[in-house]
Design a protein around this ligand. Structure first.
Ligand code: SF4
Length: 375
């Protein structure tokens, strides 16, 4: 069976870049006027030339989003389990070479954090941890899931890349979806951002979504860290990856997220600035290309951007997030992975969504509806 690495190796970063930057107005208009769009259309729509059609793109995206997802926005919150990490990533506050106090939540602390989230009305949690394979491993996750399951309807994870067998074990324990970000698809520079640790293995990370697809997980979330390399080229490769996965693992759902590099203790500045209008263009391009793709916006983004994007193309949002282990109740002062931008409460975000004429959804999944993906 092919894996994505084989597809990736047929592409060249600079060739894709040239194609994006030489897209003509005619090509953009043709892509806009289609009812079904392919990856070449996506490439046209993320080009600098297409930025002149942003208003038109936003109108089409908004209509498509309402047709496919209705006027609903799913809400979730991250629960940071641990800031221990055995990798050096030059853009992250949890990087192994950062001299910070390390913390992994105990059983009692997991319950305290769960109760704080429950008081906020949270039903969907995203469990996040650094990559400390020895101490925060599958056994730790299984124990955490066992403790947290009674409190929440929907559990997603964003942890170190695992094996297919481990993803199957976690799915059976109650995990619904897995998020894994390649950070950048630019292999030539990947190692400069990831000089040490297991994450420095570009190819192992690149094939992680294949391993998730081969497991019984329901949903895979992809993305890149926007700000490391040229967002247009990195986003084309993300779309290429999603396109490949959708064809091979067609029973799985997919989502895309847009983490923009945010300030954190001891990290690098963005190499490539992505302005709000660029992020809007990218989100619209994803929706125009892929009507089924779920689109998630986190609290990294500003209040005004998050409000602006609600009627355009978002399907899920995090709210009231804390990006440090124990951040909700146990240890609010511990160091965050990155600073959040939108600090409003869950209730405030719900009200903002309602004021825009949309329904905030806390629970979109019931384990009673679970099915075997492989059957
Ligand atoms: S990005 Fe993830 S793997 Fe890298 S240092 Fe931060 S927590 Fe560790």
């Amino acid at each position: 069976m092919k894996d994505f690495l084989e597809i990736y190796n047929l592409q060249h970063w600079n060739t894709i870049k040239d194609r994006i930057y030489t897209t003509t107005t005619d090509e953009v208009r043709k892509s806009l006027n289609k009812s079904k769009r392919n990856l070449t259309d996506f490439l046209h729509l993320i080009s600098p030339t297409a930025s002149r059609e942003l208003e038109n793109m936003a109108q089409i995206a908004s209509k498509m989003n309402r047709q496919r997802f209705g006027k609903t926005i799913q809400l979730y919150a991250p629960l940071y389990l641990s800031n221990e990490c055995q990798n050096i990533c030059t853009y992250c506050g949890f990087s192994m070479d950062n001299k910070i106090k390390r913390k992994t939540l105990t059983n009692t602390e997991l319950i305290i954090e769960a109760m704080a989230l429950k008081d906020m009305g949270v039903e969907h949690i995203l469990l996040v941890s650094g990559e400390a394979n020895k101490s925060v491993d599958v056994h730790y996750f299984l124990n955490a899931i066992e403790i947290l399951k009674p409190y929440f309807e929907h559990i997603s994870i964003e942890v170190q890349p695992l094996s297919t067998e481990e993803y199957n074990i976690l799915h059976q324990a109650g995990v619904h979806s897995v998020l894994v970000y390649q950070e950048t698809y630019h292999q030539d520079v990947y190692k400069t951002y990831h000089p040490k640790g297991k994450k420095s293995n570009f190819e192992y990370r690149l094939n992680t979504p294949d391993r998730i697809g081969q497991s019984s997980m329901h949903k895979i979330g992809l993305g890149v860290l926007l700000g490391l390399e040229d967002w247009r080229v990195d986003s084309f490769f993300t779309a290429l990856h999603i396109d490949y996965l959708q064809k091979i693992y067609w029973q799985t759902k997919y989502s895309v997220s847009f983490p923009r590099l945010r300030p954190a203790h001891g990290i690098i500045e963005p190499n490539f600035i992505m302005e709000d209008k660029h992020l809007l263009q990218l989100i619209c391009a994803y929706r125009l290309w892929n009507p089924d793709l779920e689109i998630s916006i986190s609290t990294r983004e500003s209040e005004s951007f998050r409000e602006h994007i609600i009627p355009i193309a978002v399907t899920s949002m995090s709210a009231a997030s804390k990006t440090n282990p124990g951040g909700y109740k146990v240890d609010p002062q511990s160091l965050e992975q990155f600073e959040i931008s939108d600090e409003r409460s869950m209730l405030e975000i719900k009200n903002i969504i309602k004021e825009a004429g949309y329904d905030p959804i806390m629970k979109d999944w019931d384990s009673a509806y679970s099915y075997n993906k492989q059957s």
